[in-house]
Design a protein around this ligand. Sequence first.
Ligand code: URA
Length: 214
Amino acid sequence: MQIPIHSLVTVVRHPLVQMKLTQLRDVRTGSDEFRARVGELAVLMLFEATRDLDETVRSIQTPLAPCEGRALVRPLVVAPILRAGLGMLEGMLRLLPDVSVAHIGMFRNEETRRPESYYFKAPAHVAEADVLVVDPMLATGWSAAAAIAQLKAHGACRIRFVCLVSCPEGLAHLAQSHPEVPVFTAAVDPGLNEKAYIVPGLGDAGDRYFGTAG
Ligand code: URA
């Protein structure tokens, strides 16, 4: 499949991001290191994904003089897709400890092979916020698209999607379902295997992060 890199997909090729992603992919990386790398990558990706947020002037006083500083125009909401998205949330909360969080729980219906929602809780101001949907893996794109649809149903209209590893299938599905949503990813891998895992990918991100791999 051709890689649909359109103008709304940003591949973050920064050397620190690529170095940490390589450590994350390595099968020898254990849960403790994996957690640390996911947290660090989440911060670096957050930096890129928020680069062009609208700012406003904020007048303050330094100890020496008045000063015109900057503040974000809108509140930020981070929306992890459970469960693997929680790892990225933790990293982001270290940088932005006062943001609100929208939790989105999805499980895969093994008959239909489609995501189904089991939990959704967003802050009341989600409609006024800049919302970052986070999930380390953008595989088929069905969960991401469903999560964004739920947020839109609750009024969210400024949504960005942040992941670590994506693939052409997921990017294409997201572009088709929500063409206005910018996507930030550290890598676009060649494709999916028969179990819908990204290859080469990094395996099951949730299992590696939470130490639940069989
Ligand atoms: N979820 C994962 O954790 N890994 C994949 O490769 C695809 C989906």
